[in-house]
Design a protein around this ligand. Sequence first.
Ligand code: G1P
Length: 292
Amino acid sequence: MERLRKAVIPAAGLGTRFLPITKVIPKPMLSVLDKPTIQYIAEELSSVGIEEIIIVVSPDSDIIKKHFSKADALKERLLSDNKMDLYEVLEKTEKFKVQFVVQEVANGLAGAILCAEPFVKDQPFALLLGDELICADGEQKPCMKRLAEIFEQTGKSVIATMEVFGDDVSKYGNIGISDETDGVMQVNAIVEKPSVNEALSNNAIIGRYVLSGEVMGMLKSLKPHGNEIYLTDALDTLAKDGKLLASCFEGERYDVGGKLGYVKANVELALKSKEIGKDLKEYLIGLVERLK
Ligand code: G1P
């Protein structure tokens, strides 16, 4: 079985929910505390040893490339001012081996993934959707590490899931399960955003996947739904062939594609900051009192 070496991050959405900021700043560059969301996602891969990241961007996203490129002049300045901690912050943005590919037409998640086909070819790849951050703390195993381990042990594609209830089942891809061993679920069917009655289980797909080499080929021959091709259609075929696994994840998931999730991510990650966490906590406790 081929080793997992590549990751694809579809991040070409126009971010219209965040207008007017996204008029000029691409959505992946929106910052949670002091770091763009796209960098948090790239950092999720550090636990997996992925060597190459392919980011699928919309046209006019040069600023994302700039973020990951070298900032020699600024680094020299920080060195001469002996600001080593800030120097290291910049070094961290430069360590990723990133390729960019522009998605010219918005034709669904599978369409975005297919833009990365020249880089991925028929190799397995990690897939991380750009609207979600998955953060693990301390003893928790990072979600991507868990998926990569299952893939390496079984050779099967694997997706991360979470439990959802009530109307929330209709917001996500939903899986049917035929078996579960040590937290690894055998998936036997998938439906995309079912009604509450059509849901197969309470397990919703979140935006983290490790997909086997055959998936890219499957995407190429999918029938479109209107203008869009759905990743879910390929995953459903894998599931029916017994080649798809799923696992819950440890840690917190933030949906930064919407305003509420974005603000929650800012508050919770800022609470963990050494620099402002303590002061922010005090402020929030006072604020809660005032809101009562
Ligand atoms: C996509 C997938 C869906 C998944 C979701 C996770 O939907 O198609 O199966 O549950 O991401 O966030 P989207 O939210 O892009 O519509």
